[in-house]
Design a protein around this ligand. Structure first.
Ligand SMILES: Nc1ncnc2c1ncn2[C@@H]1O[C@H](COP(=O)(O)OP(=O)(O)OP(=O)(O)O)[C@@H](O)[C@H]1O
Length: 617
C-alpha cells in the first residue's frame, strides 16, 4: 500500500498538510473504507435509491418519473409484439409442412406487418429512452449544482481535496451514469415480468423440469457474475478518477500556457501529461482485464443456454410426450418450444449481461453519490457552525475579532488571540513575512475558514455582509462588459443596477477607459468569451477591473489581498485614492510600503503567532 506522503515534520506550521500522491487514490489502496465503497450491497443500493429519488422528486417540471414509467410500460408492451413475432416461425413450420399455400400467403402478410411494427417499436423506445436519459442528467446535475455551487460547500470541496475532481463527477460521471443507467434499470424492471411469463409458457410445454433446469442454471451464473462484478466497480471508479486528473492537467496547462511557454516548461508538461495518460490507459486496461472475466462468464453462459434449451426440448420428445404428432406438427411444436425456452434463457442471460453494465453504472453512481455525501457532511457541519462558529451576523458597521485564533483547516495555528476592531474610516494594512497568515486572517474574517478560537463579527447591512473580498488573482468572467463590471450580479442582497454612464465613469476612474473604447458604448452588453477578455486585459488591467467592481458595489469595507501587486506605484496609489474617496474602508494585505499611508493602522504579524498593532505615521 502506498501511503499518503507526509510533508516533513520539521516545520510544525505545515505538519498538517498531507500531500496525496499524484493519482490521489493510491494504487492498491485496500483500506476497510475503500472496500465498503465498492461492494455490491446495501450501500450501493442506498446510493442508487437516492439517485432515483432525486430524479423523480426533482422532475416536477419535466415529469421524468412518469415518462420513465411510460418507457418501462412501452418496453413491456413491445415484448408482447416480440413474443407474437417469435411464435410466427412455428406457424411457418406447420403451413410449410402441410404445403398450404393460401395459409402461407396470409401468414407472410401478418409476418411483414408484425416484424415491421416490432422494429419500429424498438426504434421509438430507443429514442424516448435517450430523451429520458438527457432529462435525468439535467435533474441530477441541477441537484448537484444546487448543493455544490453555494457557500460554503463550493469553497470547501474545491479547496480541501477530500473529493477528487468534483468537476468531472458533475459533468462526465453524471452523464455516463444516466446514459447507461436509465437503460439498465428499465431492462431490470421488465425482466421479472417477462421471466414469469416465459416460465409459465415453458412449464406448459416442457413440464416443471424445463423452467427448473433454467432457474438452477441461472442461479449458478448469477452467483459467479456477482463475484466478478465487485472488482469492476472499483476499477471503473479508479479509471474515472484518472480521467479527471488527466483532463485537469490539460485544463490547467491551457490556463497557464503563457507561464509555461515563458519558462520553456513544455517538455516537463508533456512528461506530466504522458504520466497522467499512462495512469488513464493503465486504469482502462485494468477495467478491460476485470471485464474480461465477467465477459467470459456471460458469453459462455449465453452460448451454453441454447444447449440447455435443446435438452429441455429433447427430454419430452424422447420420453414420448409428442409421439402422436405428425411431422409438421412436431416441427411446429419444437420451434415454439425452442423459442420459449431459448427466450427464457435469453432473458436470464440478459440479466447476467446487464450486471456487466451495472458494474459501470455502479462505479459512476459511487462517484456521484460520494460527492453528495460530502456535501451532506458539509451541510451538517455548516448547521452546527451557525450555532457555534463564533461568526456573528448581527447588523453592524464594524469588523471585530476577539481573542481570535487563525488556524489552517488542518488546525495549525498561524495567529494567536488577535484582538482587533475596525470601524468605518479606520483603514488597516496587514503586513508580515511570507506565510505568516495574512491571507489566512482575511479568510477567517470573511468566514471561509473557521476560527480556531475566539470570535469574529463582520460588518453587516440588512442582514447581508457589507465586506467585499478581493483575492490576489483577479477573477475574469466570460460575458459582456456590463456583466464583467457588475460581477457577481447579486451582492450583499442587492441586484446590480448598472447604467451606461456608471460603466464609463467607473472604468475611467480605474484607468480602463480604453476598454470602453474597444468594446464600444453601444456594445456594453455584447458577450465576449473568457479567452477574449484574458487577451484584452493585461494582468494589471485585470486587477484594475477587479477594483472597478469595488467602486461599483461600494461596500462599507473592502479587503484587498495584494490586489494591486501587478500595478505600477502611480496606478496603485490612484486606485487606493479612488476607493477611499468613495467612502470605502480598506483592509489591505500588502508588501508595498508606499501604500501604507492610505491606512490609519498597521497590523504586523510576526510569523510565529504574535502580532503588533500600531498607527501608520
Ligand atoms: N488551504 C490550506 N490548507 C492548509 N494550509 C494552508 C492553506 N492555505 C494556506 N495554508 C498555510 O497557511 C500558511 C499561511 O498562508 P497565507 O496564505 O495566509 O500566508 P501569507 O502571510 O498571506 O503569505 P504571502 O505573503 O506569501 O502571501 C501557509 O504556510 C500555508 O501553508
Amino acid at each position: 500500500m502506498r501511503e499518503a506522503m507526509q510533508i516533513s515534520q520539521e516545520n510544525s506550521r505545515t505538519a498538517d498538510v498531507a500531500l496525496l500522491p499524484l493519482n490521489g487514490f493510491g494504487e492498491g489502496e485496500k483500506s476497510e473504507q475503500a472496500g465498503q465503497q465498492f461492494k455490491v450491497g446495501r450501500v450501493l443500493l442506498q446510493r442508487l435509491r437516492r439517485i432515483c429519488s432525486v430524479v423523480v422528486k426533482g422532475s416536477a417540471h419535466e415529469h421524468v418519473g412518469m415518462w420513465y414509467a411510460g418507457l418501462v410500460a412501452g418496453k413491456l408492451a413491445a415484448e408482447v409484439m416480440y413474443y407474437y413475432a417469435g411464435t410466427l416461425p412455428s406457424e411457418f413450420f406447420r403451413v410449410l409442412g402441410d404445403r398450404n399455400l393460401p395459409a402461407f400467403a396470409s401468414l407472410l402478410g401478418r409476418c411483414v406487418v408484425v416484424v415491421g411494427l416490432a422494429g419500429s417499436c424498438k426504434a421509438v423506445l430507443e429514442y424516448v429512452g435517450g430523451l429520458i436519459g438527457v432529462s435525468m442528467r439535467q435533474e441530477l446535475t441541477r441537484y448537484t449544482h444546487a448543493r455544490y455551487l453555494r457557500a460554503p460547500n463550493f469553497y470547501s470541496v474545491a479547496t480541501s481535496g477530500t473529493i477528487d475532481n468534483p468537476d468531472q463527477r458533475t459533468t462526465q460521471d453524471i452523464e455516463r451514469l444516466t446514459r447507461s443507467g436509465a437503460d439498465v434499470l428499465a431492462e431490470l424492471l421488465i425482466a421479472p415480468f417477462l421471466i414469469a411469463y416465459y416460465t409459465v409458457q415453458c412449464w406448459k410445454m416442457a413440464g416443471i423440469y424445463g423452467p427448473l433446469a433454467i432457474y438452477i442454471y441461472f442461479g449458478i451464473g448469477a452467483a459467479a457474475t456477482r463475484l466478478a462484478m465487485a472488482p469492476i466497480i472499483r476499477q471503473v471508479y479508479i479509471q474515472e478518477q484518472a480521467e479527471g486528473d488527466f483532463r485537469f492537467h490539460h485544463v490547467r496547462t491551457g490556463e497557464c500556457a503563457e507561464s509555461i511557454a515563458f519558462i520553456a516548461g513544455e517538455d516537463r508538461e508533456r512528461a506530466a501529461a504522458d504520466r497522467a495518460l499512462k495512469a488513464v490507459t493503465g486504469a482502462q486496461r485494468r477495467v478491460l482485464g476485470k471485464q474480461f472475466w465477467l465477459g467470459l462468464l456471460t458469453q459462455v453462459f449465453a452460448y451454453m443456454g441454447s444447449t440447455v434449451s435443446y435438452v429441455i426440448i429433447g427430454v419430452p420428445i424422447f420420453m414420448g410426450s409428442y409421439d402422436d404428432k405428425s411431422g409438421a406438427e412436431l416441427s411446429s411444436i419444437i420451434s415454439l418450444n425452442a423459442f420459449v425456452s431459448i427466450y427464457l434463457i435469453y432473458r436470464f442471460t440478459s440479466v447476467i449481461e446487464l450486471t456487466k453494465r451495472l458494474a459501470d453504472v455502479a462505479g459512476y453512481a459511487t462517484r456521484v453519490a460520494q460527492l453528495w455525501e460530502e456535501l451532506d457532511r458539509l451541510d451538517v457541519e455548516a448547521e452546527a457552525d451557525d450555532a457555534d462558529s463564533g461568526v456573528s451576523i448581527r447588523d453592524s458597521a464594524v469588523i471585530v475579532a476577539r481573542g481570535l485564533d487563525v488556524c489552517t483547516p488542518g488546525g495549525v495555528r498561524l495567529v494567536t488571540e488577535l484582538d482587533l476592531e475596525i470601524g468605518v474610516g479606520d483603514s488597516l494594512v496587514i503586513t508580515g513575512p511570507n506565510g505568516a497568515g495574512k491571507t489566512a486572517l482575511l479568510r477567517t474574517l470573511c468566514g471561509l475558514w473557521r476560527p480556531g478560537g475566539g470570535e469574529v463579527q463582520l460588518a453587516h447591512t440588512n442582514g447581508a455582509p457589507d465586506v467585499l473580498f478581493l483575492p490576489q488573482a483577479p477573477y475574469i468572467i466570460g460575458g459582456s462588459l456590463r456583466e464583467q463590471l457588475c460581477y457577481p450580479g447579486l451582492w450583499g442582497g442587492r441586484h446590480a443596477m448598472c447604467f451606461n454612464a456608471d460603466i464609463v465613469r467607473i472604468l475611467a476612474t480605474v484607468g480602463l477607459s480604453h476598454v470602453v473604447d474597444i468594446v464600444g458604448t453601444s456594445n456594453l452588453d455584447y458577450p465576449y468569451t473568457v479567452q477574449a477578455w484574458l487577451r484584452l486585459l493585461s494582468p494589471g488591467e485585470r486587477q484594475m477591473m477587479s477594483i472597478a467592481r469595488v467602486l461599483f458595489w461600494r461596500p462599507k469595507f473592502v479587503m484587498l489581498d495584494e490586489c494591486t501587486s501587478a500595478l505600477d506605484a502611480c496606478a496603485a496609489e490612484a486606485l487606493y485614492r479612488a476607493i477611499l474617496d468613495a467612502g470605502i474602508t480598506v483592509v489591505s494585505v500588502s508588501h508595498s510600503a508606499h501604500l501604507e499611508r492610505f491606512h490609519k493602522r498597521r497590523l504586523s504579524l510576526d510569523g510565529s503567532g504574535g502580532y503588533t498593532l500600531d498607527d501608520v505615521r
